[in-house]
Design a protein around this ligand. Structure first.
Ligand code: 4NP
Length: 167
């Protein structure tokens, strides 16, 4: 039987649930997860109670739109990738968000390690829980497709958990 997904930490304030997604550059993985999770939250009717943000531990791309390959992959799958602008992760995010999800193990180390509100995004992956979202930046288009597939199935589980937490 599949392992059940982890329980979500309780929200800091009862009315809203704030989720942060963190990668290295904030132009590929965490923006893709941000767009997909936001779309799923909207579809679930939770948009007024859940906020999603993303950032990168590095500052190289601050202010830039998504990587064009990430955007093309999202657009082909029917998502709107046009609104993203990269921002850098700040240590205060750990104290502000209800849940902070790192795309890979190095991202998790770089933001100070796991605790009850801070963990790997793919801890919620129903297929391979606890894995990393591999960095597609230096690879080909297939890497972006792979990220989208992982992100879509993981986002579905996170939204189901948010629905339970906020019901
Ligand atoms: P991301 O991918 O962390 O998924 O946004 C990267 C984007 C840019 C760089 C590294 C990874 N970079 O070194 O500029």
């Amino acid at each position: 039987m599949a392992t059940p997904p982890p329980a979500l930490p309780a929200p800091r304030t009862s009315s809203r649930y704030a989720v942060a997604l963190v990668c290295l550059g904030n132009i590929c993985r965490s923006p893709m997860a941000d767009v997909v999770l936001s779309a799923r939250v909207e579809e679930a009717g939770l948009a007024d109670r859940v906020s999603i943000a993303s950032s990168g531990t590095g500052d190289w791309h601050v202010g830039q739109p998504m990587d064009r390959r990430a955007a093309a992959t999202l657009t082909a799958a029917g998502y709107d990738a046009s609104r993203h602008r990269a921002q850098q992760y700040a240590p205060t995010w750990r104290d502000e968000f209800d849940l902070v999800l790192a795309m890979d193990g190095q991202n998790l180390v770089d933001i100070g390690g796991a605790d009850h509100r801070v963990r790997l995004f793919r801890d919620f992956d129903p297929l391979e829980p606890g894995g990393e979202v591999p960095d597609p930046y230096y690879g080909g288009d297939a890497g972006f497709e792979e990220v989208l597939t992982m992100v879509e199935r993981t986002a579905a589980t996170i939204v189901a958990q948010l629905g339970l937490e906020l019901e």
